[in-house]
Design a protein around this ligand. Structure first.
Ligand code: GCB
Length: 608
């Protein structure tokens, strides 16, 4: 890692300049921008778009909204001359799905993966104290080696079309903040922590800190009042906290850890770099059928979510983030999954502060060939349908891209107390024989990435139900996405759905006798305002009947240690016969107002 990849903080040694605001924007369907000199001369016929935001919903024409291919962002920036002696980076919090960055016409870096940050050093390309042209070529095409996965087809006139193997809209662009960051040449570049809690109320924070220099590092830990409670020196060490305030579910306590590189050759020590971050002291482990936080079993209540809002699309939207947390607090939730990609860093910081438990998911979604959500998913016993994992490029290139995405995700999020589990994939075709070696390799790889050894999982889809799934042995917690009573046996057949659901759960209890189960999805599409007595599918009453049935089944099995309803809010999808202006399984509408189901969940979760 380099110093600019740490969550950006201004300290006496570090500087930040935001580049958020209006940028120039141009589509490049012929891929001629670079050849025609756009990075130096400027984009051709640019329009103005805001950063951060997805570009798709800003425009009124279909061509822009659905655009697939290369597109460019550009801005001019003055780089302060007093930063000359530091390393100056351009940090993109997210460029979806891939980007190449030019400064004054020179390529300074590129990145694959639309949901994790990257930083490019620009010292050699920059004109100090002068305007600099920053141009970014992005691309949003999907294939079997992109995370998320899908395919790209063409209309008769050659126009490219995205065909995602997932239902959320394939929003793209500079969807999160862009910043100039100046860090000292010798800097803190990363750190990790592990926790040990003792019976006498004390705790040990074992840390490692990485720097790119040779000077010693001092480490201090401060409590929420700013008082120093422990300190240490060196690359590795232990901070002993006598009366430790633990970070707990919905009762967070954050300590500030501070790393200072000092040069003590002079009479008074000189600060070379200082970096700080907020951490929480807590442990996470899986024990038998339980997920333990600080040694106590927790029951997850909450949602699968999306970063999705009107006009901004997937663009980072702090007001919507705040509203979502208020909704989750109101309803009595204590957890969520970052379905189906890493969320903005500020979302996790809010989860740290509010004491939410997070299943942190990487963007490996669409790992099954399906253009109609999972209904036509590759099922391994259908000889006509070859599995996603049979594709030779999946076993080579996709695996490498997936590993890189996990590495970036773990490096970014490993110090968040809220992160209690990692989800390596959403609904892969885990019934296929060819999935097994892939799972084996990706799980083994991920096991080496987290010093805290948090549990690893993936979410299992209905097509790979108990008895068909071949990969559950790799997961520490069995996460199920289930739609009995919606995609199968809906409406009047709800009673049959319940029987089938219980049957499957009984099979799971045999197959996995010693692991916790979490429902990471269950839900029914519901158009807010549609009321029916008796209930019918799509009405608010049916959503309540459906949820009641699910909850009755969950409550029958002690192994169930969590329920995350799909979805917190309605969200935008691609158009098609499966969706009416988006996925309507939200407990809340897309404008964040409650459906009847929200009150049902509130009643259940406030007492459970
Ligand atoms: C799923 C997917 C999720 C969909 C959901 C649905 O299994 O994981 O991305 O939105 O089903 O509503 O169909």
């Amino acid at each position: 890692m380099d110093g600019a990849l740490l969550y950006p903080q201004v300290t006496e040694t570090r500087r930040i300049q935001s580049l958020d605001g209006m940028w120039n924007f141009a589509l490049d369907p012929q891929e001629r921008g670079e050849r025609d000199g756009w990075p130096t001369r400027g984009l051709e016929h640019p329009e103005q778009v805001p950063v951060p935001a997805s570009f798709n919903d800003l425009f009124t024409d279909k061509y822009h909204r659905e655009y697939t291919g290369d597109f460019w962002y550009e801005t001019d920036v003055m780089v302060p001359g007093e930063w000359r002696d530091r390393d100056v980076f351009l940090r993109f919090d997210a460029a979806t799905h891939r980007a190449t960055v030019f400064v004054n016409g020179t390529v300074v870096g590129s990145h694959e993966g639309g949901f994790t940050p990257f930083a490019v050093r620009i010292n050699d390309a920059v004109h100090w104290n002068k305007p600099n042209r920053i141009a970014v070529r992005l691309n949003n095409e999907l294939n079997h080696s992109t995370l998320p996965a899908g395919q790209t087809s063409r209309l008769p006139d050659g126009t490219k079309v995205s065909e995602p193997y997932f239902d959320f809209f394939n929003y793209a662009g500079l969807q999160r903040s862009v910043r100039l960051i100046a860090v000292p040449k010798e800097a803190v570049t990363g750190y990790t922590t592990e926790y040990e809690i003792h019976d006498d109320g004390s705790a040990d924070v074992h840390y490692t800190v990485e720097t790119n220099g040779t000077h010693p590092v001092r480490v201090t830990l401060r409590d929420e009042d700013g008082a120093v409670v422990a300190s240490s020196e060196g690359e590795h060490g232990t901070l002993h906290v006598p009366d430790a305030h633990l970070w707990n579910v919905r009762a967070a306590y954050l300590y500030r850890i501070e790393f200072t590189i000092v040069s003590d050759t002079a009479a008074t020590p000189v600060v070379i770099d200082r970096y700080y971050d907020d951490i929480g002291i807590r442990t996470v482990e899986v024990h038998g059928r339980h997920i333990l936080v600080n040694g106590r079993p927790v029951y997850l209540k909450g949602f699968g979510r999306h970063e999705d809002s009107v006009v901004n699309g997937r663009g980072e939207n702090p007001a919507v983030t705040k509203r979502d947390f208020e909704l989750m607090k109101w309803i009595g939730a204590n957890s969520f999954r970052t379905s189906h990609y890493p969320y903005a860093e500020d979302e996790l910081r809010m989860a740290d502060r509010e004491g939410f438990l997070v299943i942190d998911e990487c963007a490996a979604v669409g790992f099954m060939k399906s253009l109609m959500n999972f209904l036509d998913a590759a099922s391994s016993d259908d000889a006509r349908n070859r599995s996603f994992f049979d594709d030779p490029q999946v076993r080579t290139r996709t695996l490498e891209v997936h590993k890189a995405a996990l590495r970036e995700l773990f490096e970014r999020d490993r110090n968040h107390p809220s992160v209690i589990m990692w989800s390596l994939m959403n609904e892969p075709d885990s019934a296929a024989d060819s999935a097994v070696p892939y799972f084996e390799e990706i799980f083994a790889y991920a096991r080496g990435l987290d010093p805290q050894h948090r549990p690893l999982t993936y979410t299992n889809l209905m097509m790979a139900a108990a008895g068909r799934d071949q990969c559950h042995c790799f997961a520490d917690v069995i996460c199920l996405n289930r739609y009995y009573g919606w995609y199968v046996s809906g409406g009047y057949q709800l009673a049959a759905a319940k029987t089938a659901f219980i049957d499957e759960m009984n099979r799971w209890m045999q197959i996995e006798p010693n692991k916790p189960f979490v429902f990471t999805e269950y839900g029914a599409d519901t158009e807010a305002g549609v009321h029916k007595l008796p209930s019918v599918q799509w009405s608010e009453e049916y959503q309540c009947d459906y949820l009641t049935m699910q909850h009755e089944v969950f409550d029958m099995f002690d192994a169930v240690t969590g329920e995350q309803m799909w979805n917190l809010c309605d969200f935008q999808t691609g158009e098609g016969i499966m969706r009416v202006d988006g996925n309507k399984k939200g407990a809340f509408t897309r404008d964040r107002q409650p459906k009847a189901a929200a009150f049902l969940l509130k009643r259940r979760w406030e007492t459970k």
